[in-house]
Design a protein around this ligand. Structure first.
Ligand SMILES: Nc1nc2c(ncn2[C@@H]2O[C@H](COP(=O)(O)OP(=O)(O)O)[C@@H](O)[C@H]2O)c(=O)[nH]1
Ligand SMILES: [Mg+2]
Length: 424
């Protein structure tokens, strides 16, 4: 895992292509954009709001000390709300999808239900995202963080074309990280925990962006159990064995009752479930290894400094891992464009040769060169068969007649076969 290094100049030097060639991409801006994703009710909007107020409090308290990981000397984070259906937000967004699209009108006009309305509203907004990106790019050198709050229903953003367009556009413009918000009190059952982790894994796989797992609501439920399950595979297996996988684990919530059949052992279905989850947790082991995990409470602000540290680390990961991929893609695109240009040019030349050959020459018409007046060929004149451009070169040894001039007299003869200067 990369270490935190908020310096922008170090970031820029690390971003140069490995082969030493000049970067095809614009320079890396100061800001890191944070896309906040999570299940409905996990606390995305509250978390986004907490990031905004954290800046305010740290800005006022850091006038004396500068130890805050979020550089409070910078402008406040730039907030973007992408949820068209949210009623009230705990923060004042700088860019708000609700200013552009009214999802209720979309529902009426297209005869859609709430989810269809939200999705279509997001699609309509995405058609204008180039303008939004322009605004964000302008701000990207004034602030450290640009935070995007996504719609309540996770799949509306993660499984829609517009979600991918927004994510890709952002990631190609500036360092972008995903903050995956988990409702900690609701993930204490091993099965729920695993489902949530698999979902997180699928988003990581889809976006390929640096990822931060944010266990939210730690004021209501500490996230130590989750850390234990993630770092120690056997602990998770114990939790599975201890009871019904779909009920809160004893490990997580003291006093919760284990499931199972009357005899205390797992039922046949649980046996299948447990063995499936055992295999899956092995798969997830690899996923956990490269993750940053923080526990926060969006209500109390607990854990936010560690979140900002994780963002700095994730930014470095973007620069060292993701940006070279972008660079390679940009180089491929350039190569493709140039190849296409070459092909078009060759085709044009071929077409012109075919055309000039297929054009029937008029034998009686004199060649322009023979006119001796040095003027361009007149319209309707003969097209020379091998004409390849205005600067046609005549081979010195060819039989072709040279342009004629009169001998100017001995005073201009230099004795070497040349006559210079020509008489005016
Ligand atoms: N106890 C507690 N509740 C929280 C926290 N964060 C959010 N909530 C509550 O979770 C509910 C859903 O939050 P919201 O931000 O609207 O979720 P979203 O749908 O993901 O945007 C609200 O009732 C919040 O008050 C937290 O850190 N602790
Ligand atoms: Mg919300």
């Amino acid at each position: 895992m990369a270490t935190a290094q908020p310096s922008t100049s170090a970031a820029a030097s690390a971003a140069a292509p490995a082969d030493g060639s000049a970067s095809l991409l614009p320079p890396i801006p100061q800001a890191t954009s944070i896309i906040v994703i999570g299940m409905a009710g996990s606390g995305k909007s509250t978390f986004t709001s907490a990031l905004s107020s954290y800046h305010e409090t740290s800005a006022s308290s850091s006038s004396s000390s500068s130890s805050s990981p979020s550089s409070s000397s910078a402008a406040p984070p730039y907030m973007v709300n992408l949820d068209p259906a949210v009623g009230s937000l705990g923060y004042e967004p700088n860019v708000d999808i609700r200013d552009t699209v009214d999802y209720r009108r979309v529902m009426q006009q297209y005869n859609l239900g709430p989810n269809g309305g939200i999705l279509t509203a997001l699609n309509l907004f995405t058609t204008k995202f180039d303008q939004v990106l322009g605004i964000l790019e302008k701000r990207a050198n004034e602030t450290d963080h640009i935070v995007l709050d996504t719609p309540g229903q996770i799949e509306i953003f993660t499984w829609s074309a517009s979600g991918s367009i927004v994510t890709d556009a952002l990631a190609s413009a500036m360092p972008t990280v995903v903050a995956y918000i988990i409702d900690t009190p609701r993930t204490t059952a091993p099965a729920t925990f695993m489902s949530n982790m698999l979902y997180a894994c699928s988003i990581l796989y889809k976006t390929k962006l640096p990822f931060i797992l944010v266990f939210n609501k730690t004021d209501a439920q500490p996230h130590d159990f989750a850390l234990e399950w993630m770092h120690d595979f056997e602990k998770f297996q114990e939790a599975l064995k201890a009871g019904n996988a779909t009920e809160p684990s004893l490990l997580a919530t003291a006093g919760a009752r284990g499931g199972g059949n009357a005899a205390g052992g797992p039922t046949e279905e649980q046996g299948y479930m447990n063995s499936l989850m055992n295999s899956m947790s092995l798969v997830l082991d690899e996923f956990y290894k490269n993750l940053r995990t923080v526990g926060v409470s969006s209500l109390t602000g607990d854990g936010l400094p560690s979140f900002f540290e994780a963002v700095n680390e994730a930014r470095q990961e973007y620069i060292t891992d993701y940006r070279p991929d972008l660079e390679r893609l940009a180089a491929q695109r350039k190569e493709k464009r140039e190849g296409e240009k070459r092909r078009q040019l060759e085709k044009l030349m071929r077409d012109m040769q075919v055309d000039s050959k297929s054009a029937a020459p008029r034998p009686a018409a004199p060649s322009t060169r023979e006119d001796g007046d040095g003027e361009e060929e007149e319209e309707g004149g003969v097209v020379e068969e091998e004409y390849e451009g205005d600067g046609q070169i005549i081979e010195p040894d060819s039989d072709e007649e040279k342009p004629h001039y009169d001998y100017p007299g001995p005073e201009y003869d230099r004795g070497d076969g040349t006559v210079w200067p020509r008489p005016g």
